[in-house]
Design a protein around this ligand. Structure first.
Ligand SMILES: [Zn+2]
Ligand SMILES: [Zn+2]
Length: 385
């Protein structure tokens, strides 16, 4: 935003609405005041000034972009106050005539805004980019192809064939709208509809550019490289300014948003900047302790499993997760240990385990002998848990 050069007008105060007023509240406040101060109703010269202020406030607050400028402390109607888009001066008339009509007769369809500019800003575009965890974690320069509208190079956006020019629409005399007169309690009221000959532009293209048929832009496929910073997350959007759709008449391009989609990883699941993985260790290793080598995203780390490790135990490897997108440092890697119980024991192994159980006072009934196994097991373990 620009620096504030003058005290911004209190547009909210003029309409008597709160700063968080909804579009509806703003419209209602405007209609009420417009009915009160319209020059046809209220001949007081002060009322005339007031009516102008009300219209200006409504023009600003009913337009999201202008309202945002106000909320940032600026004044979109001040000379050089920022916010004049690529449409430039004259991009829109003052408050639409229809809004004033609405103030008296209630909302009706078909708002009329005078000639509309042929050159208008383009819309934003969004593109989905699939990345692997290594790429979201450490960043990548990803090639992308974008299908968007770009400026027609034949006519440079003008829409006219070489050597020709726009012509004023004869049907509406360049106004972009045709008017009819109604008699109302306010006196004669002029209402208008967009001109159908020029679609409201006020101008016609006698010889359209053969490449773009007068639109000033053509669709094309472009290749770009987008720099993905380290630490991005699934669902985040990266904005590439003015890489979106070029507008009609070669208007300023909108932005391109690249939305990150992270492919699921075979080993790691991600929660924020932390990573989680599961490692299975044999029962004996869990009991006796062991040293594992854990593959992290970018290294191999020796990790000690302490003797007596229980199923579900978690080891935390600090700063082995995903680098933080903002600031320095990284998340952690959590290794969840699954303890595997042997499933097939040969005779020797079974004997050893039974002897082991005996030394622990944990004898169990042989399953083959059946009969109240669960109750006996409960008894056997009572007091040894
Ligand atoms: Zn063209
Ligand atoms: Zn026309």
């Amino acid at each position: 935003m620009r620096t504030r050069n003058a005290v911004a007008k209190d547009y909210y105060g003029i309409l008597g609405v709160n700063r968080d007023a909804s579009d509806d509240e703003i419209k209602r406040a405007y209609r009420k005041l417009a009915r009160q101060y319209h020059p046809d109703v209220n001949p007081d010269p002060e009322a005339h000034e007031k009516f102008k202020d009300i219209n200006a406030a409504y023009e600003v607050l009913s337009d999201d972009q202008k309202r945002q400028i106000v909320d940032l402390g600026g004044d979109p109607l001040a000379p050089g106050g920022g916010g004049a888009g690529p449409g430039g001066p004259g991009a829109g008339p003052f408050v639409g005539f229809q809004d004033i009509m609405d103030a008296f007769f209630g909302a009706a369809g078909g708002a009329s805004r005078g000639p509309r500019p042929r050159t208008r800003p383009g819309s934003d575009a969004i593109l989905r980019l699939e990345l692997d965890l290594n790429e979201t974690a450490f960043g990548v320069e990803a090639p992308i192809t974008v299908d968007t509208a770009v400026v027609c190079t034949t006519c440079s956006g003008a829409g006219t064939a070489a050597g020709t020019h726009l012509a004023t629409c004869e049907a509406c005399g360049g106004r972009g709208e045709v008017q009819s007169i109604q008699r109302t309690f306010l006196g004669q009221v002029v209402s208008s509809r967009p001109c159908t000959v020029c679609q409201g532009y006020g101008t016609v293209i006698p010889s359209p550019c053969p490449t773009c048929a007068g639109d000033g832009r053509v669709r094309t496929r472009r290749s770009l490289t987008v720099k993905i910073p380290a630490g991005v997350e699934d669902g985040m959007r990266i904005r590439l300014a003015q890489q979106g759709e070029v507008g009609p008449g070669g208007g300023t391009a909108g932005d391109l948003y690249v939305e990150i989609h992270e492919r699921p990883h075979d080993v790691y699941s991600r929660k924020g900047d932390d990573l989680h993985c599961r490692v299975t260790v044999p029962m004996t290793a869990a009991a006796l302790g062991t040293r594992l080598t854990i593959k992290t995203l970018d290294s191999e780390e020796p990790v000690d499993v302490k003797p007596g490790t229980q199923p579900g135990a978690t080891l935390r490897l600090r700063a082995r997760g995903v680098p933080h997108l903002r600031g320095t440092g990284r998340g952690d890697l959590y290794v969840h240990l699954d303890v595997r119980t042997p499933t097939k024991l040969d005779a020797d192994q079974e004997r050893i385990l039974r002897d082991f159980a005996k030394t622990r006072g944990e004898e169990v009934a042989e399953l083959s002998k059946q009969g109240g196994f669960f109750s006996r097991m409960r008894d056997a373990f009572n007091g040894h848990a």
